[in-house]
Design a protein around this ligand. Structure first.
Ligand code: SF4
Ligand code: SF4
Length: 290
């Protein structure tokens, strides 16, 4: 499958670092006059969004528990994730599939399929407010939580921040504009650190860090990836990496009955991925006769 797409902004990608470096850097203690207005325009439209396996699993579990959202995707014929190969890592990665806003053409703007319009009831009738919410709520990926800030990380630890997009949230809402229920106008007293701290989920961050440092690190150290410029020692071909993604990294497992168990389950599952590395290696590299 030599035509498997390669994407340039998977975790550990030099391209991602380049995008970060072109953005406006901000220090942790600097003010950040930003407050989301729920327009759903820039953050969720024409985005390139990559999900690590624990992020993808949290989305799957959210869909398992919120059947109306899953049914809505099914009714629109949407497959939300596309497996590809990381341009830098040479490992499998999952990209969010966007939905064309004008479904009669593949050209034009496209938005995340999880973006849902908000309605209100006026005189007994439901009407659109112009606002949009993320249908994933607490299961949304880390990159969505930190928008419009890009976060630079090394070995899974955050080392810097930058403003990657100037969106309507930097301006106060106009009088009479419909805003999210907890909206307060952008405060000049809010620091980058305080805002980021309020967005991130420590358990999700721990999962992402563990995946990038331990799981990716382990598979890269063992050469279980395709060769890339950044990681030239790969022993796998494209087909084998796609198998690694479909059968191991992004293979769905059922959601825990108790959502409080999600974090422990994800951490245990990733540890198993590391322990199973020799076995997975034998399976992927086995010739048909073996
Ligand atoms: S204000 Fe910015 S972050 Fe909020 S929905 Fe609009 S574009 Fe997205
Ligand atoms: S997952 Fe949610 S926040 Fe992220 S792009 Fe999709 S709708 Fe927007």
């Amino acid at each position: 499958m030599s035509e498997t797409p390669r994407f340039e902004d998977d975790p550990r990608s030099t391209q991602l670092i380049r995008v970060y470096e072109q953005a406006q850097p901000v220090e942790r203690h600097e003010p950040l006059g930003f407050s989301c207005r729920g327009c759903g325009q820039i953050c969720c439209t024409n985005v390139r969004l990559f999900m690590t396996p624990p992020e993808a699993m949290r989305i799957l579990w959210h869909l398992e528990r919120h059947t109306r959202l899953a049914q809505s995707l099914q009714a629109r014929g949407i497959r939300w994730g596309d497996l590809s190969i990381g341009h830098s890592s040479g490992l499998p990665t999952l990209q969010m599939c966007l939905e064309p806003i004008d479904r009669s053409t593949d050209r034009g703007d496209a938005r995340c399929p999880f973006l849902v319009p908000v309605h209100r009831t006026v005189a007994g009738r439901s009407e659109p407010t112009g606002m949009h919410w993320c249908g994933l709520h607490e299961a949304r990926p880390v990159a969505c939580r930190t928008f419009p800030l890009g976060v630079r990380a090394e070995n899974g630890a955050i080392t810097g921040h930058a403003i990657t997009a100037r969106c309507p949230g930097f301006e106060p809402a106009a009088e009479g504009e419909v805003v999210p229920p907890d909206y307060i106008p952008p405060s000049p007293d809010q620091t980058v650190e305080a805002w980021i701290g309020a967005q991130l989920d420590p358990e999700q961050m721990a999962e992402t860090r563990f995946y990038v440092t331990e799981v990716m690190g382990g598979y890269l150290d063992q050469g279980l990836h395709v060769s890339t410029e950044d990681n030239p020692e790969g022993e796998l071909d494209d087909d084998q990496v796609v198998r690694l993604g479909a059968e191991f990294f992004y293979r769905p497992i059922p959601a825990p009955v108790d959502p409080d168990e999600d974090h422990a389950t994800l951490m245990g599952w990733m540890r198993e991925l590391i322990e199973a590395l020799p076995l997975i290696r034998r399976q992927l590299l086995a010739t048909p006769e073996e």
